[in-house]
Design a protein around this ligand. Structure first.
Ligand code: BMA
Length: 309
C-alpha cells in the first residue's frame, strides 16, 4: 500500500494556470487560512530566475492563481543585493498570530534565507535575512520551546554530506545554539544530501518532519521524500527516521520536466480527520498533491526506522 496517495487530478497547477508569464510552477508552501487553502508557489520566469506566486482553493485540490505575483526580488533596501537572482522554495509557518515565510534568496553572493511576515497574505513585510550563505530549506516550528523559536535548516559543506541542523532564536532575527540532528545514510536512497521539506507537523507522538533525500545516479540526481519524528519537547532529539522513502518520482510529470526525477515538498496541511495533504513540485515544473494518514507516517518513523546520525 502506498503511504501517499496521489490525487487523480495531478498535476493541480501548471504554468498554464498562471495569468502572468512563467515557465514553471513548483515547490509551494501551503497553509489553511480562514478556511481557504493558500498556496505560495515558486515560478521560474523566462530568464531562469524565480518569483513567488499565490493561488487559492476551497478544497485543497483546485486552485486559482491571483492576478499578480505575490513576491518578486526586492529592488531597494538591504534585501535587494541578496535577492537579485531570485526568490525560491517558500515555507510557511503560523505562530503568534502571523504567518512566517522563509524563502531562499539567491544572488551573486550565494544563497541565503529571507524571513518575511504576513497576517493576511495581502500585505507582506520582509523581516530579516536569517542566515549567511550558504543555507537552504529553513523550516520554523509552529511552537516555541522554552520560550525560543526553533528552526531546522540545511547548511552546505564541502566536508560532510549536506545534513539537517537545528537552531533557536528569542526574536526570529538572532539564531544560535546550532546542532546537527540528522545525516544522510551511506548507500541509501538519501545518501547524497538531505534537507527539511514541509514545516514540522505536530502529532501525539512527536513532530513529523517530511524531508527530501537525494541519490546520485549515472543519469543525475533523484529527489525523494522521507519522514523523521522529533521529540515533542526537545526537537533536537529525533525518535526515529523512516528507513524507506514515502514518495519517489513515478508519474510522467515527476520524471520529466525542467529537472527530471524530482519530487520536492515545501508544505503539508494536516486535517482534522487525521489525514495530511502533502504538496510537492513535480520535476521542478508543476504542482502536485496527495493524501496520507499521519499515523502511518509516524508509525514508519518508529517501527521501520534507522538512526538519525
Ligand atoms: C534543489 C533546490 C530545489 C529543487 C531541487 C531539484 O537543490 O534547488 O528548489 O527543486 O534542487 O532541482
Amino acid at each position: 500500500m502506498a503511504l501517499v496517495n496521489r490525487y487523480s487530478g495531478n498535476p493541480i497547477l501548471t504554468k498554464h494556470d498562471v495569468p502572468y508569464e512563467v515557465a514553471t510552477v513548483h515547490n509551494a508552501g501551503v497553509v489553511k487560512h480562514n478556511g481557504e487553502y493558500l498556496m505560495l508557489f515558486r515560478a521560474h520566469k523566462h530568464n531562469g530566475r524565480s518569483i513567488l506566486g499565490l493561488a487559492r482553493s476551497r478544497d485543497g485540490f483546485q486552485f486559482t492563481v491571483d492576478e499578480k505575483p505575490f513576491m518578486e526580488p526586492a529592488t531597494q533596501g538591504e534585501f535587494a543585493q541578496y535577492e537579485a537572482f531570485g526568490v525560491e522554495d517558500p515555507r510557511i509557518t503560523f505562530i503568534d498570530g502571523e504567518y512566517l515565510i522563509t524563502y531562499s534568496a539567491y544572488s551573486r553572493h550565494g544563497v541565503r534565507i529571507g524571513l518575511a511576515k504576513t497576517k493576511d497574505f495581502r500585505i507582506v513585510e520582509r523581516f530579516a535575512l536569517i542566515t549567511e550563505a550558504d543555507y537552504r530549506n529553513v523550516v520554523i516550528f509552529p511552537e516555541k520551546f522554552n520560550g525560543l523559536y526553533a528552526r531546522l535548516d540545511r547548511p552546505h559543506s564541502e566536508i560532510s554530506p549536506w545534513s539537517v541542523w537545528i537552531s533557536y532564536s528569542p526574536d526570529l532575527r538572532y539564531w544560535g545554539d546550532s546542532k546537527l540532528v540528522m545525516k544522510p545514510e551511506p548507500y541509501h536512497w538519501d545518501e547524497m544530501k538531505i534537507g527539511p521539506g514541509a514545516p514540522p507537523v505536530k502529532t501525539e507522538k512527536g513532530w513529523l518532519n517530511i524531508y527530501h533525500g537525494v541519490f546520485p545516479t549515472m543519469d543525475g540526481s533523484v529527489y525523494r521524500l522521507g519522514v523523521a519524528l522529533h521529540d515533542l519537547n526537545d526537537p533536537a532529539k529525533i525518535l526515529g527516521v523512516g528507513d524507506n522513502w514515502i514518495l519517489q518520482p513515478e508519474e510522467p510529470y515527476e520524471i520529466t520536466g525542467y529537472v527530471h526525477n524530482v519530487v520536492f515538498t515545501c508544505g503539508a496541511v494536516p486535517e482534522d480527520d487525521g489525514t495530511l495533504k502533502l504538496y510537492w513540485g513535480g520535476a521542478d515544473t508543476v504542482m502536485c498533491v496527495g493524501t496520507a494518514h499521519i499515523a502511518e507516517l509516524v508509525d514508519m518513523c518508529l517501527t521501520n526506522s534507522r538512526k538519525p546520525l
